[in-house]
Ligand binder design. Structure first.
Ligand code: FES
Length: 221
């Protein structure tokens, strides 16, 4: 497990935007008042959505809001890798899966593309637009190799189409998420190969089932 620490350079302050505050209060209201700390993860997430990352002043503000020790919020923020502890690219945070299925399908080549187009892993690019990371399995192994970019999965990638996706983000576009090899979600390429009988789906293959000694409904008695 990697050691995760807060960024060396921190902003002077943090303030909740009104819309973030409204959503935070919605989460807090889901719990009894003496258990408002239970909202810590969603509120950290809301703060990350607002700022792009979680700063020390933000941790302090969340601790105050939830009536908990700052160290407890710090523990949660540093434990879960979904929380970014340094500023990330304004256009895209690219998380390339490097676990075995994706590795066997060429994730190392995807990482080379990231390195050549963006720069070093885990560092903000020179223009401030991109950050890329290597992450563990994201649960889309059937669409390996893949990457999560901001909030979406980009799947069945090749070095060429990842390079294009990065160029599109750099140009301010929003490239489509999902598989990049023409298939629908994780269906086989070329369409389904099993469970093809339409009767399976129109109800005509189903038969009433008789259950021995089942009680007869009164209306039919
Ligand atoms: S190994 Fe890459 S998504 Fe599971």
């Amino acid at each position: 497990m990697s050691v995760r620490r807060l960024a060396k350079e921190q902003p002077e302050s943090f303030a909740f935007k009104p819309e973030t505050l409204e959503k935070a209060n919605w989460w807090i209201a889901k719990y009894p008042d003496n258990r408002r700390q239970s909202a810590v993860i969603p509120i950290l997430w809301l703060v990350q959505k607002q700022e792009g990352w979680v700063s020390e002043p933000a941790i302090s503000a969340i601790a105050k809001m939830l009536g908990m020790a700052q160290i407890r919020v710090y523990e949660v923020a540093t434990f879960y890798t979904m929380f970014m502890l340094e500023p990330v690219g304004s256009a895209a945070l690219i998380q390339v899966c490097g676990t075995t299925p994706c590795m066997l399908r060429g994730s190392d080549k995807l990482m080379e593309v990231c390195k050549s187009k963006i720069g070093a892993k885990d560092k903000l690019s020179a223009d401030g637009k991109f950050t890329w990371q290597e992450v563990e399995c994201l649960g889309a192994c059937t669409n390996a190799p893949m990457a999560q970019i901001n909030d979406y999965f980009y799947e069945d990638l090749t070095p060429e189409n990842l390079a294009q996706i990065i160029d599109d983000f750099a140009a301010g576009k929003s490239p489509k998420a999902g598989p990049y090899n023409g298939r629908h979600t994780s269906e086989p390429i070329g369409g389904a190969t099993s469970l093809l009988d339409p009767k399976l789906y129109d109800g005509s293959a189903s038969k009433p089932v008789k259950i021995p000694n089942a009680p007869v409904p009164e209306a039919n008695a």
